[in-house]
Write a protein that binds this ligand. Structure first.
Ligand SMILES: [Mg+2]
Length: 242
């Protein structure tokens, strides 16, 4: 269940529209609007089926490992499940990174609970829905558009820009820093932002202090910053009834 401030965002969108200002809401994709657990699990299963003869310790894991065991990356998750063979783990890491950041595999993801309904409500109220993601152009753009449409998120609707990282090599944080200028270029009012990485959420809080900034309590990188106390922590996008 999400938190009551999710509803406050809708009220603030209404207020901006009444004021004649474009409301802007920024949404991250991975581990924010989408759960990457199914993508990680799919990659693990393919790896395990391919290598089980070479590494028999994968056999029981094929049965026991479920989506809830998936974390930020797959090799750390499997280490947590008791895999200790470093050669196997480094092969898994390579296998994972060759697939995780691709058009085909992003289609495995599920939308986060309540996310499609929530983003649709934000859009229908008149906000500009700014999809901002560290997924890179030149390898993930087509899959990303297909995944957004497959899940039912508003897209191809005019007020729904999708901003991807220009190259795989660029650091996510530098990219999100630069993206602030693009967001400001609409001359609207940033009403809310949604992120799972505390560092990025802190950055948005600094850039747009008047807005509500949500931190999704899904997974985040292992070297994550401390989240600022002002961030609103939510498990998902399911709006409480009252
Ligand atoms: Mg993310």
């Amino acid at each position: 269940m999400g938190i009551p401030q999710l509803r406050e965002v809708l009220t603030r969108i209404d207020r901006a529209v009444e004021d004649g200002v474009l409301p802007v809401v920024v949404f991250d994709l991975d581990s924010t609007l989408f759960s990457t657990e199914p993508r990680n699990l799919q990659i693990f299963r393919e790896f395990a089926r391919e290598r089980v003869e070479q590494y028999p310790e994968l056999e029981p894991l094929l049965q026991s490992v479920k989506r809830e065991h998936m974390g930020w990356n797959i090799h750390e998750s499997l280490r947590a499940q008791g895999l200790e063979n470093e050669t196997l783990l480094s092969e898994l890491k390579r296998f994972w990174s060759e697939r995780f950041f691709t058009d085909d595999y992003v289609l495995c993801d599920d939308p986060s609970p309540g996310a499609v309904e929530y983003v649709t409500a934000v859009f229908e109220r008149g906000a500009l829905v700014y999809y901002l993601t560290g997924r890179h152009a030149g390898g993930m753009e087509l899959g990303t558009v297909r995944a957004l449409r497959k899940a039912g998120f508003p897209f191809w609707r005019g007020r729904t820009p999708l901003h991807l990282k220009p190259s795989f090599a660029m650091a996510d944080r530098d990219f999100k820093d630069q993206a602030l200028d693009e967001i400001r270029s609409f001359r609207g009012r940033v009403v809310a932002t949604f992120e799972n990485e505390p560092g990025n959420a802190n950055l948005f809080l600094q850039a747009f202090p008047e807005a509500l900034h949500f931190l999704l309590l899904t997974v985040c990188s292992t070297e994550a910053e401390e989240p600022a106390p002002e961030l609103l922590k939510t498990l998902d996008f399911v709006m409480p009834l009252t």
